[in-house]
Ligand binder design. Structure first.
Ligand code: GLC
Length: 431
């Protein structure tokens, strides 16, 4: 792996205080992309790594929410941009969030810090912001204390076009999208993604209209409130999001302890964390051999096996028996694809190896799955996931995602998290 090339990707996507996921297609700051970017920056410039997280919390809402995109500077042509979101804040942002991995990243930066004084100072400054964020997630997205937080938009899952959201999304009326997208059939006018990437690798026009209609509904309800949660026509307990929140809760509490900080209600948070572990255990499917999401509007389990269902491994949730079952599931997937980890079960009818979140491999998911496997002692399988990831990068460059059958690179090029995690992965050894 060419570490210099990876570093050049980060530098090319650096906008001073934040890193864009990819030039052109993604011209702003995305929440979980930025967190992973910080892991890459930590390998080359620690000050810059902390800066990345600082710029995220600088956009925090008074409620505690961390928005999924921060529109630092206007980028004409991006859709849906600041005008559609209609958030009267500075910096402008969207009104929804994304998988909460920031606390996990902050803890890793702190633990591996070479400059200890810098790390203590930066982590102490981040801590209250992260506590407020996690408390917001529990209060507003789980008002009934079920232990599972809801996502209100597929974009909040970070796995935007996952087949797991199809049914819940199909109940979202798309008519309102006309207000900002014009009549059906005219999507080409506003969709920027399909100008950059082949349409067969992106969501369909109808899905896109529903995404936008959902934004407008959430906007009507002010986005970050219990009211918006209740009113959302899309309400899902995403197993990936919940597992990452559980892991991030533990990391936040661990960081607070290490720093000797007593941030407000940390005691209550420990109890919540245990309740959330039990609730996530309730998403286990023996038949599928992994965890599944739940549609909170209907109360039904969503019976589709995707890579999100493996993320509880990264959170240390499954018992050793369940972890062994998940390993068997993943090994089964590994017999059907050349490169692990496909984003959807390659034996299932939903598998599309080239389309966004319906089959392709994503490097950041691999990084988390490999770490989870390793923590359960499955070193060989963890090593396969790591080797496959680096082989994809060798073969096709730092792409947004990859075809698990052929290794072809797909989506945007010079992609930040692929470069950042390759740096993290090869930091100790020269692969
Ligand atoms: C897409 C992905 C999401 C990512 C964003 C920027 O929306 O689905 O996970 O954060 O692009 O890279």
């Amino acid at each position: 792996m060419d570490r210099e090339a990876a570093r050049r990707v980060l530098e090319a996507n650096d906008r001073g205080s934040f890193t864009v996921p990819a030039d052109g297609l993604y011209p702003y700051q995305w929440l979980w992309d930025s967190a992973f970017a910080a892991l890459g920056w930590a390998c080359v410039d620690e000050v810059r790594a902390w800066q990345e997280l600082r710029s995220l919390v600088a956009a925090q809402w008074p409620s505690g929410m961390l928005p999924h995109i921060v529109f630092h500077r206007p980028e004409p042509g991006y859709f849906p941009g600041p005008k559609v979101w209609g958030v009267a804040r500075s910096p402008a942002s969207t009104g929804i969030t994304q998988p909460p991995v920031v606390a996990t990243v902050a803890r890793r930066l702190w633990e591996r810090a070479r400059d200890r004084r810098l790390a203590d100072r930066e982590a102490s400054e981040l801590l209250p912001h992260l506590v407020a964020y996690h408390r917001w997630l529990r209060r507003v997205r789980d008002p009934d204390d079920t232990g599972l937080v809801a996502i209100l938009h597929p974009w909040e899952s970070g796995m935007d076009n996952s087949p797991a959201w199809d049914e819940a999304l199909s109940r979202v009326p798309d008519e309102r999208a006309a207000d900002v997208m014009g009549p059906a059939g005219q999507e080409g006018r506003v969709r920027r993604d399909v100008l950059h990437v082949e349409p067969d690798q992106r969501p369909s026009d109808l899905e896109y209209r529903r995404y936008v209609a959902l934004v407008l509904t959430l906007r009507d309800h002010g986005y970050d409130s219990v009211r918006a949660t209740a009113a959302s026509p899309f309400r899902v307990a995403d197993v990936g999001f919940n597992a990452l929140l559980y892991r991030a809760d533990l990391d936040l509490l661990g960081l607070a302890q290490a720093l000797g900080r007593q941030e407000g209600d940390l005691e209550a948070m420990w109890e919540q964390v245990e309740a959330s572990r039990r609730a996530i255990e309730g998403l286990w499917s023996e038949q599928a051999g992994l965890y599944l999401s739940r549609d909170l509007r209907t109360g039904r389990t969503i019976p589709l096996a995707t890579s999100a269902g493996l993320l509880p491994l990264f959170a240390g949730i499954p018992s050793p028996q369940r972890a062994a079952r998940m390993v068997a599931t993943l090994e089964g997937w590994g017999e059907r694809v050349r490169y692990l980890v496909p984003s959807a079960d390659p034996a299932g009818p939903i598998f599309e190896p080239r389309r966004y979140w319906r089959g392709p491999v994503w490097i950041h998911v691999n990084w988390m799955v490999a770490a989870g496997l390793q923590s359960y002692g499955y070193d060989q399988l963890a090593e396969r996931v790591r080797r496959d990831s680096l082989a994809l990068i060798e073969r096709s460059g730092f792409r947004e995602y990859y075809d698990p059958l052929t290794g072809e690179g797909l989506g945007a090029r010079a992609f930040t998290w692929s470069a950042a995690l390759a740096l993290d992965w090869t930091a100790a050894s020269d692969v």
